[in-house]
Design a protein around this ligand. Structure first.
Ligand code: F6R
Length: 352
């Protein structure tokens, strides 16, 4: 019998808006937006003391990725604001990125307006909406995104323009070189995980099959991969329509591991460990010991290794594997990955 994820009928029936195909386009979206971002007019920026990224949900995860990518080495802090207010220190010396795919997310619009009132230079990333109109009023540079995509499927569009702009503003040339390497890693991964690749050779399809009927618990082996674990959780929520846990070592050893003592619940959890190929011994030992002591009762324990040699490649490779896995999980659960009705319903009721 043909595996449901190898059967084109599954996609025709359950994925009419082609979320599986959008996942496969991630490297090409990245390439396209990288070229566009290189030509973006940049704002006049003084010596910045903070980088502030505004954005919610699928449009906010780009800020988390930026923080993970450059936070450890950048001379000024990167702060991600997922709220309607910016911190009081925001002012002319902050550089603000306001990200909203629709341009109509009330939190992002209000936070952007506050930042502008405080005198902050900004770059806006959007397909239009109220945010796009307001950016035009303020004369801020805008990265114009194509509309009609689920924001979470447009993550390169919302993330890479910030990397490109900071590279140009700070002359951090090495970030630019990283994209080409990341792109090649992502293209190779698409070749392994795309829907055309049969389940017997497709790691994302096989992983999704082990998650069906369980609650995924996605754990990053170190804080530098935490954003990937969070992205997996969000994609399981939005694409897979299922609850999921996420956390990161070593912090989870100081709290969440105790929650595993309730074996009735622990047996429902399917652990996915996000790891790097060259982890320090301290990290590997910690994960091994935790597997033995804590995850004994888990329904399953899987490990996914980041690919590539740069931080950008590693983060985006994990994002891509998670994106594919979440779509395959949705299809195996018999649900359409694209609609996010509860998000829309809450927005509608708050607006009305
Ligand atoms: C992702 C998604 C949400 C939105 C969020 C903010 O596909 O639907 O997470 O990204 O509600 O909306 P935008 O991105 O339009 O600012």
């Amino acid at each position: 019998m043909v595996h449901p994820l190898d059967d084109p009928e599954t996609y025709r029936r359950l994925d009419p808006q082609d979320m599986a195909g959008l996942g496969a386009r991630l490297p090409e979206m990245g390439e396209e937006i990288w070229q566009i971002a290189m030509r973006l007019r940049l704002p006049q920026v003084m010596e910045s003391t903070t980088i502030i990224v505004l954005g919610m949900g699928g449009s906010g995860v780009g800020g988390d990725l930026l923080q993970a990518l450059i936070g450890p080495s950048f001379p000024v802090p990167v702060i991600v604001v997922k709220d309607r207010h910016v911190p009081a220190f925001v002012g002319p010396q902050s550089l603000v990125f306001a990200c909203s795919h629709s341009g109509n997310t009330e939190e992002t619009i209000q936070a952007y307006t506050e930042a502008k009132q405080a005198g902050a230079p900004a770059i806006v990333i959007t397909s239009g909406g109220v945010l796009g109109a307001r950016a035009a009023e303020y004369g801020d540079p805008v990265v114009h995104l194509p509309g009609g995509l689920p924001p979470r499927a447009a993550v390169p569009y919302l993330f890479l323009p910030m990397v490109s702009a900071l590279r140009r503003l700070t002359h951090m040339g090495e970030l630019s070189m990283e994209w080409a390497g990341a792109r090649d890693v992502l293209r190779a991964l698409v070749g392994e995980l795309d829907r055309e690749v049969p389940a017997e050779r497709n790691a994302a399809k096989r992983l999704a099959a082990r998650l069906v009927g369980h609650i995924p618990a996605v754990y990053a082996s170190s804080p530098s991969l935490a954003v990937a674990a969070y992205r997996w959780k969000c994609q399981f929520n939005e694409n897979g329509k299922t609850l999921a846990l996420w956390n990161t070592f070593p912090e989870l050893n100081h709290n969440e591991t105790v929650g595993w003592e309730d074996e009735r619940i622990a047996r429902q959890l399917a652990v996915v460990l996000l790891r790097e190929p060259d982890e320090p011994d301290e990290v590997s030992r910690r994960v091994t010991v935790t597997r033995e002591v804590v995850f004994r009762t888990a329904a399953s324990v899987d490990e996914v290794l980041a690919r590539g040699s740069t931080r950008l490649a590693r983060l985006l490779s994990l994002v891509l594997v998670g994106d594919f896995t979440s779509v395959y999980l949705a299809l195996l659960r018999g649900v359409d990955p694209t609609p996010v009705r509860p998000i829309e319903e809450v927005k509608r009721r708050l607006a009305g």
